[in-house]
Every structure is written in C-alpha cells, then in structure tokens.
Design a protein. Structure first.
Length: 235
C-alpha cells in the first residue's frame, strides 16, 4: 500500500465522536478520528514499512502519525529519527503513545530516554519517563540496573511536584510501573508513592486533577498483578 491508499482507508474509518475525543485531549487538524482498534486490519496488511511510516508521520495528520508508529520498524530508526519525530509530536498522545512506544522497541531506548528526561522540555521529559514505563512493563527485570531505577525513583520524589504538568503524569506512572512490573524495587516504589502523596495536575479551563500512585499500586496488589509484563509494547 502507498501513502494515498492508506490515507483513504484511514479517512473512511473516521468517526466524528472519536475526533472530538482526540481534540479534547489536545489533537488538532488535520485529523480524521479513527479508533486505534480500527487500524489493526490495515496494519496486518502492511506489517512493518519504515519508508511508508515516515511518509505518514510527515503528513501532520494525527491518525496518520499514530498509524506510522504501528507500522514503523524501530530497528531501522536512529536517534536522529526519534529526535525528528519528537520535534513534531505536539501533544502527549504522540510523544508518549507513538514516539516513546516505538523507541521502547530499540536497543538505544534507555540512552535516548535519559536525554529526554534531562532535557527540561515538557513533552520530551514525558516521553522519556513513559519510555521507561513501556520498557519496565515489557522487558525482563535483569535488563535494568537496579541502582539506576532506584535513583530515578528518588529524582521523581524530589521533583515531581515542580515538574511540567504532562511530565507529572508520566512520572507518576513511572512510580506505579516500577511497583508493579519491576519486582526488585517494589517496596521502594511503594515508599516513594507514599512520600510523594497526591500530585496536583493543572488543566486548561478545567479543575485540577490529582494523581495518586499509592491507590493504584494497592489496586494492583489486590488483583495479584505484581510482576506483570506485557507480551508486546506496540499494538
């Protein structure tokens, strides 16, 4: 399939209700409003196609950019490619659920994510922390340095309340993911969550929301989910 054919198929799957949901989360035109599940049949026909993924991502159309992440070949992407994708990832559903997810399937994931976390840029920071969530939730515990992850928990504890709003979500999710999916630091993550307490996230024209990692960790404990690993990172 070529770019024109994929765009036509995506447009045919558009739903006004889905479009409004995406817009309420920060997406803007151009976009169609395609449910992610509806993309799977097209993805099965294409499988991996990095040149096509690059063309789709370059359209600036949210649905096309998301689909690009599904058919991308992460192993064919360099650090410069990921930086370029991040440059046009204009809201968290692209930074955290397209770019960070794709990065998580590479050998350079931690190296790039570390740079993004240290960047001071809201969405890069969010993508960096999110990438670690995807990694920890999928890869064996032995692939990670326990001391490094412990240090990251300490950084979260010290800085989360003063971090950019979207980054707070990713950092809060990092605490939860360590507690649930990285068994060696389960107890430390619980301690971190308690020390952090509720995290206020300010939202445009809406009331602030509060994140509470402790409550979500306890729910996972109650359901016997400790040690959970995803079979796949991407859809």
């Amino acid at each position: 399939m070529n770019l024109e054919m994929v765009m036509q198929e995506l447009e045919a799957l558009s739903k006004e209700r889905t479009k409004k949901i995406y817009e309420s989360n920060g997406a803007h035109a151009p976009l169609f409003g395609v449910a992610t599940g509806a993309m799977k049949p097209i993805a099965k026909k294409i499988k991996k196609d990095q040149p096509l993924a690059e063309q789709l991502y370059a359209t600036g159309n949210y649905d096309a950019m998301y689909f690009a992440g599904i058919i991308a070949d992460p192993e064919a992407m360099t650090e410069d490619d990921f930086e370029r994708w991040m440059d046009t990832a204009y809201f968290y559903m692209l930074s955290d659920y397209v770019v960070a997810v794709t990065l998580a399937e590479t050998d350079i994931a931690q190296e790039v994510a570390d740079k993004w976390i240290a960047s001071g840029e809201e969405l890069r920071m969010s993508a960096g922390w999110s990438c670690y969530c995807w990694l920890l939730g999928n890869r064996p515990d032995r692939e990670f340095s326990e001391s490094k992850i412990a240090n990251m928990l300490e950084i979260v504890e010290k800085t989360i309340h003063d971090s950019p709003e979207r980054t707070k979500y990713a950092m809060n999710n990092f605490i939860y993911t360590v507690a649930v999916s990285y068994v060696p630091l389960h107890d430390k993550a619980i301690e971190t969550a308690k020390a952090v307490g509720p995290v206020e996230v300010k939202r445009d024209k809406k009331k602030s929301s509060f994140l509470n990692a402790s409550e979500n960790i306890q729910k996972a404990v109650d359901k016997g989910q400790i040690g959970f690993k995803r079979k796949y990172v991407r859809c």
